[in-house]
Design a binder for this molecule. Structure first.
Ligand SMILES: [Zn+2]
Length: 85
């Protein structure tokens, strides 16, 4: 799980997930108050992985792209990377 870049405080899955689904909102570390901004490579990767399955609609049963998108949303917080502004 991602850590605060300032003090190494570990963020919860919920914090990273909440950041992702609100358009990669910054996470304010509850330990040191540092503003952790999602890394741009991470943002691009998550966006592509979420948009990619949309291209499958029409070619495969709809539950397949739906399952892929949900999986990315659930798993991506584990790979979140942050940087300080
Ligand atoms: Zn911190």
């Amino acid at each position: 799980m991602a850590k605060c870049r300032n003090c190494s405080h570990q963020f919860s899955w919920g914090e990273a997930f909440g950041s992702n689904i609100t358009g990669f909102k910054d996470i304010n570390c509850e330990n040191c108050k540092a503003v952790n901004h999602p890394n741009s490579i991470y943002k691009v990767a998550v966006t592509l992985l979420d948009v990619g399955p949309l291209l499958l609609f029409g070619f495969v049963p709809a539950y397949i792209p739906m399952a892929l998108i949900v999986s990315v949303l659930l798993i991506s917080p584990f790979f979140a990377k942050y940087e300080l502004r």
